[in-house]
Design a protein. Structure first.
Length: 586
């Protein structure tokens, strides 16, 4: 498994020490029955107490030595497996941070959480087991067979028969377990996804009163998980007793034939006891090996799921080695960022794009337009016409199917992703705020912004009033997603976060939809003074009409481009939108 090959070299020294301790511990365990046979054969049967004490003291020494090795490998295993789990979770999270939108769409968030937690735990548990007991089981098993054969080759034939039976049962267990455990993890993903969807939409569920439907969805997912878990456990539940039965029969047969051999003086009583002890060691080892294979199956399935995340397409990987002048150099840690805000031009040339895994109908088709530096472009059109898609393509959340997008005269595909996005600020259609203070949420757009800049920007988007009226002002704590403020307040904080970035290109994706007309007009006036190039996605003609240029979309195609007065004469779609809004107001 590539996961282990990637991480184990970092911990090879403690791993090798732990493996050595496991081997030595197994050797000490294997000496026990042989020493016990010496106690019986030479001490008890010979009625020599000195011999008994000699061999018993040697047995205690071997047991103590084995215990020291056991403690050492357990401590090393705990440390290495904990570090391994931490490293995997760290790398998986870093990978998720660099996900492309295609990767984010392909793997659900609930599944990602399961892979970071449950799957990583399975991989870590298997790594811990390798260093603690997994290597000990085959050594003890093989060693028991060898030692038993040395004691009495005739009786050892019984052991070979038991091993053959258990090997067959183990192969059956592996084949039946792998596919079941893979399905079990998928069922667990579904339970996590259903739970997460409910928690995110709990207010909507309450508003529509769909408790029963949500309960039924969870019950269905939970029932499926129960069935998968039961099916997986049934394999172990059935196979393990069969293995115990095989070894138990082997022990009974060994004792019977051992008594027969003892009658003809071909074996000593101590050897019979040692032989049964080795058979018991072999039973425990074989049971452990079976559990090892079951855990291997689980670890393999989990490692495959983690590797799927690690192999996913990422933004930075798409442009590795790309050349081009960056729009804005990302700030170095601890260094205040100074931005020479120079407006940039924006140009689309015959752009066509279809969402992967969607309906197959292009969201944008043959779109061409250009915006000069410092101008404001308003994009308007019916719902589903592709307005927001323009923002996603500019940010390169997705790549175009055909055509090119130029910012500052450079194809966005020639720019490193981090440099491109450092030069673009966006206020999304659905504002997302994070747990923390109001100031922290605004400063999220520019971590080096001063408190004065935060307050100034809040004033520009008409947010200063309600923020200062909050109990703790700018240090008031917002709940997850901003649950303790209104939709319009969320939008204004989101816009402040975009403005304080002071980027050459500003994208406002219908981020004023929850504002009243008066507040929107004030915000629009402040945005007009913003020196950068602006793209305003809107549903309102009252907002679009003040832009330098207006792009009218319908079904992903441009059906109008120009100023308000020009479009009133040339674009039927724009006129219909205008009259529908004006008439509705009237």
């Amino acid at each position: 498994m590539r996961i282990y090959l990637k991480y184990f070299p970092k911990h090879r020294i403690p791993f090798l020490i732990a493996v050595t301790c496991v081997a030595l511990e197994a050797f000490c365990d294997l000496l026990g029955p042989t020493l016990m046979s010496r106690v019986v054969n030479y001490g008890i049967l010979g009625q020599d107490m000195g011999v008994v004490l000699h061999w018993c003291m040697l047995m205690l020494l071997v047991v103590f030595t084995g215990a020291c090795f056991a403690v050492t490998r357990s401590v090393l295993a705990a440390r290495v497996s904990s570090r391994l789990g931490a490293e995997i979770r760290r790398d998986v999270f870093r990978k998720i941070l660099s996900f492309s939108e295609k990767s984010a769409d392909r793997i659900q968030s609930g599944s990602l959480i399961t892979r970071m937690t449950g799957d990583t735990a399975q991989v870590t548990l298997f790594a811990n087991g390798i260093m603690r007991i997994f290597l000990k089981a085959p050594i003890t098993c093989v060693g028991s067979i060898i030692m038993a054969t040395i004691l009495n080759p005739r009786l050892s034939i019984i052991i070979y028969g038991v091993v053959a039976v258990i090997t067959v049962l183990t192969v059956i267990s592996i084949k039946m377990s792998y596919i079941r455990f893979a399905k079990l993890q998928i069922a667990l993903d579904r339970v996590n996804s259903v739970t997460q969807e409910y928690l995110l939409g709990v207010r909507l569920v309450k508003a529509f009163g769909t408790y029963r439907e949500e309960g039924d969805r969870f019950e269905q997912a939970n029932e499926n998980l129960k069935q998968r878990a039961t099916s997986t456990q049934m394999v172990i539940t059935v196979i393990s007793p069969l293995m115990g039965l095989a070894v138990g029969l082997g022990a009974a047969i060994a004792i019977y034939f051992g008594s027969v051999l003892f009658q003809v003086r071909l074996i000593e009583p101590g050897d019979i006891a040692a032989f049964v002890a080795y058979l018991s060691h072999m039973l425990m080892s074989l049971m452990m090996i079976t559990n090892i294979f079951n855990m291997l199956v689980r670890a393999k399935a989990s490692a495959t799921r983690i590797q799927e995340v690690m192999d996913s397409e990422e933004d930075f990987g798409q442009t590795e080695g790309a050349r081009g002048t960056v729009l804005l150099t990302p700030a170095k840690e601890g260094v205040k960022r100074t931005v020479p805000l120079t407006p940039v031009c924006l140009r689309f040339e015959n752009v066509t794009f279809t969402y992967p895994g969607g309906s197959g109908v292009p969201s944008i088709s043959g779109l061409s337009f250009s915006v000069d530096p410092g101008e404001t472009l308003a994009v308007i059109g019916p719902t589903g016409s592709g307005k927001s898609t323009i923002c996603w393509l500019i940010m390169r959340f997705y790549d175009t199917d055909s055509g090119s997008i130029f910012i500052g005269g450079q194809d966005v595909k020639s720019l490193p992703i981090n440099a491109l996005r450092a030069g673009v600020a966006i206020a999304p259609q659905k504002p997302l705020l994070f747990s923390g203070t109001v100031e922290e949420n605004i400063r999220w757009g520019n971590e080096f912004a001063s408190g004065e800049a935060v307050r100034k920007t809040a004033g520009q988007v008409q947010a200063a009033g309600f923020i200062e009226n909050m109990q703790d002002g700018y240090v008031s704590v917002l709940g997850r997603g901003g649950v303790n403020i209104s939709g319009g307040q969320k939008q204004r904080i989101s816009m402040a976060r975009a403005l304080i970035r002071n980027a050459p290109l500003l994208l406002i994706d219908d981020a004023t939809s929850a504002l009243d007309s008066v507040t929107e007009a004030k915000v629009r006036a402040e945005l007009a003074a913003y020196p950068g190039t602006k793209v305003l996605i809107t549903q309102r003609c009252s907002a679009a009409m003040y832009a330098d240029k207006i792009l009218v979309l319908e079904n992903g195609c441009a059906v109008g481009f120009g100023k308000h007065e020009e479009l009133m004469d040339s674009s039927e779609t724009y006129r219909e939108i205008w009259h529908s809004q004006i008439d509705s107001k009237g």
